[in-house]
Design a protein around this ligand. Structure first.
Ligand code: GMT
Length: 374
């Protein structure tokens, strides 16, 4: 198949899923064309089946905001036409699904039909999409897509609950490349961070409010009173300054390190004992899956689709959003040397259920069905 993939090229989960899916499809012999405003972060190598088309966003003094959606739709028209694509797969509804609708209408005028698959990732529905300033366009463009997928059952339900959706939505979960995300031998790294064999906790995110990084620090602060431990915070974003101040106020700076954005997050995960994901909203929780693949149990909130991944009492624990006290107690239980090896094994076994080799064929089948139906 010749597949066009539209996504955000940044560190966010939807861009990662889109890029990794494209790479996996290219490995299977499909020709994959990425259409974005910047080279996706994980697409920095050559492959005969992978192509990248940059969206040119022309500015003009009259525009306070350059019309990205129009430039994107025009690029889609161009790529579909000249590369003879079979299907266009857009990740994240805003503004990709509506740009795809516009491209589709333009191509129709020229007698070209392009089926559009839209994948809903989370905040495009749960936060941004619900906002009245976007809702009508989001509803319309989902309904106009030829196929729609959501990354969890919870996101699927949420979409039907909050939007007047007439089209079916198929759940295709996030996936993981177990070749890349696996426990690596990094004992020297562990010794450098935890010289006295402390337990190592890790959180990775984009430090947005919705991730509740404050809960990570408060859980760690409580836990640190009970056992020797260190915390690594990976990523960066709007909450980082506030979190650094909180660490200083609590006097925990010696045990917490902010690592900023890291590409090789699997190296940090390889030495971790526990991953924390206390999010307010989380449609799936790809970062938790990455941790589990590196044999790290997960202490999470019960937001959104996380419980579909993190099995309470098996791969970690699932607690109510914001319940720092219970989270601390559960963290201590997981980190107890009697329990930790079992949680680690269970986490890895669960991650294997989301192996890219199992999930990629679901997308291929979905494309085929969408093309045939259209
Ligand atoms: O988590 C983020 O803020 C990034 C966001 C995105 O859209 O890039 O991630 C969303 O999509 C990921 C991939 O499908 C999911 O694993 C994340 O759970 C989801 N984030 C939220 O729902 C907050």
């Amino acid at each position: 198949m010749k597949i066009g993939i539209v996504c955000y090229p940044t560190f966010g989960g939807s861009g990662v899923v889109a890029t990794e899916l494209g790479k996996a499809l290219a490995k299977e012999g499909h020709q994959v064309h990425f259409i974005t405003y910047r080279q996706p972060t994980r697409l920095d190598f050559f492959s005969e089946n992978l192509f990248y088309h940059e969206v040119d966003i022309k500015s003009y003094p009259l525009f306070e905001h350059a019309p990205y959606e129009l430039a994107l739709a025009s690029k889609m028209v161009n790529v579909v036409k000249y590369e003879a694509l079979d299907v266009l797969h857009v990740h994240y509804a805003i503004p990709h699904a509506s740009a795809a609708y516009m491209a589709k209408q333009i191509l129709k005028e020229e007698g070209i039909y392009i089926p559009v698959v839209t994948t809903l990732h989370g905040t495009d529905i749960t936060l941004v999409g619900k906002d009245p300033s976007y809702e009508p366009v989001v509803t319309f463009s989902i309904n106009q897509s030829d196929g729609v997928t959501a990354v969890s059952e919870d996101l699927r339900k949420d979409t039907f609950e909050h939007f007047a959706i007439k089209t079916p939505i198929e759940v295709i979960p996030n996936f993981i490349d177990l070749e890349r995300f696996k426990k690596q031998k990094k004992e020297h790294f562990k010794r450098a961070i935890c010289p006295n064999d402390e337990k190592l906790l890790v959180h990775t995110s984009n430090f947005r409010k919705v991730k509740r990084v404050e809960d990570v620090i408060r859980v760690f602060y409580q836990l640190r009173k009970e056992i020797p431990a260190k915390l690594l915070l990976v990523g960066d974003g709007p909450e980082r300054d506030r979190m650094e101040r909180l660490c200083r106020d609590l006097g925990t700076c010696d045990d917490i390190r902010f690592l900023g954005k890291l590409e090789a997050v699997e190296e940090v995960l390889s030495v971790a004992d526990l991953f924390l994901m206390p999010s307010e909203k989380e449609s799936f929780g790809l970062a938790a899956l990455e941790a589990m693949a590196c044999e790290v149990p997960v202490l999470s909130s019960n937001a959104g689709g996380i419980p579909e991944l993190n099995i309470d009492g098996v791969t970690g624990y699932v607690c109510n959003i914001g319940d720092v006290t219970t989270m601390t107690a559960k963290a201590l239980e997981i980190l107890d040397d009697k329990n930790l090896p079992t949680f680690k094994t269970n986490a890895l076994n669960r991650a294997k259920e989301f192996d890219v080799a199992k999930i990629r064929p679901l997308y291929e089948q979905f494309y085929q069905e969408t093309i045939e139906r259209a």
